[in-house]
Design a protein around this ligand. Sequence first.
Ligand SMILES: Cc1ncc(COP(=O)(O)O)c(C=O)c1O
Length: 393
Amino acid sequence: MSQDQTTQPATQCVRPQPLPESTTRPLVPPLEWSVVFEFNDLDHVDAVYAGQMTGYVYARDGHPNATRLANQIARMELAEAGLVTASGMGAEAALFLGMLQQGDHVALAQGLYGRTQVLIAKELSRFGVSFTLFDSNQVESLKSCLTDQTKMVFVETITNPLARVPNLARIAEVCQSKAISFGVDNTFAPLISRPLQSGADFVTHSGTKMICGHSDATMGSLLGRKADIERIRPIASSFGLSANPFECALTLRGMATLPLRMKSASENALHVSEFLEMQSRVIKVHYPGLKSHEDHNLAMNQFQGGFGTIATIDLGSRQSANDFIRRLNGRVPFAPSLGDVATILSHPVSTSHRGLSEPERQALGITPGLVRLSFGIEDPADLIKDFSYALKE
Ligand SMILES: Cc1ncc(COP(=O)(O)O)c(C=O)c1O
């Protein structure tokens, strides 16, 4: 009689049976949601902790679904290594907490995603990290804010909501000449931009957006050199920033169609922006694919395969923006995020840039008439029909 047959039901229920041997493998990477991993004996545990044998120990420090996703995003960004986190903010927090210390100074691009600025200005400042905002479209503005204490420069590939495009190679040159780390939030431009190739040291993503692509997982990633990522990894674990297996699996599944979604949504963004530019009620369309955009020529050189999925229109006033949103009546939903398969819209003054003061918003050109469109993969004819109706005199 095997030992198992002699155990009581309560014991049998908690001891999973080993699977019968299989000579085939699952086509889809399995969801492995175990919090902890099992060792053979004490020698095994010593060998894993010493790095002589590979193996996961505890999910906050690492698990197979995180490794799979991090490797996939690292490959896309041409990075040596990657780390996935519980959100895009988690990736930025991991970067700043890992690379900065008391007394350091950070140069932050004006108009970054609101929470990014809050993270440095309100949170890390409590721990003695100072910052200066600079205009990421003026390299001179960057040079003039650097100090001997500057340890990091941080920008977005496409700014929010005016879709300006900083010259990454020129910023990288300045950073390299002064041995300052250069981080780029590439959330708006996966695949069309590879900031590490332009000389950045780190890339972050809100994987919640285009990479997952379905608004059903909250996820972040940090990419860079192997030595840097390995240094940051335990810090991210200590601060509890790790991503969970389920969200990693969902994001990996979403990522399979990222190239198709990026292509289709970028084409929609361009096509519909050209239409919107002709509408009398639209004062301006901010989209780097338009010839009228300040950074169109730079975007043509810096991006490959499209100009991104985000366009912002200026309707002149809060009232006009509100009328536009109401007339769309949920066909293009007002949902303050981006990167979904469906086109969604956001009102930066009320949502992403709500935390800034009115003078700060004015200085950035973020006015109440702006509506940000995150393009999805619908048929563009239907989008044009909906927007035509919403803009009718
Ligand atoms: C450009 C950008 N970076 C970072 C973030 C933060 O990402 P998450 O919401 O996944 O924390 C966002 C969120 O909207 C964003 O738009």
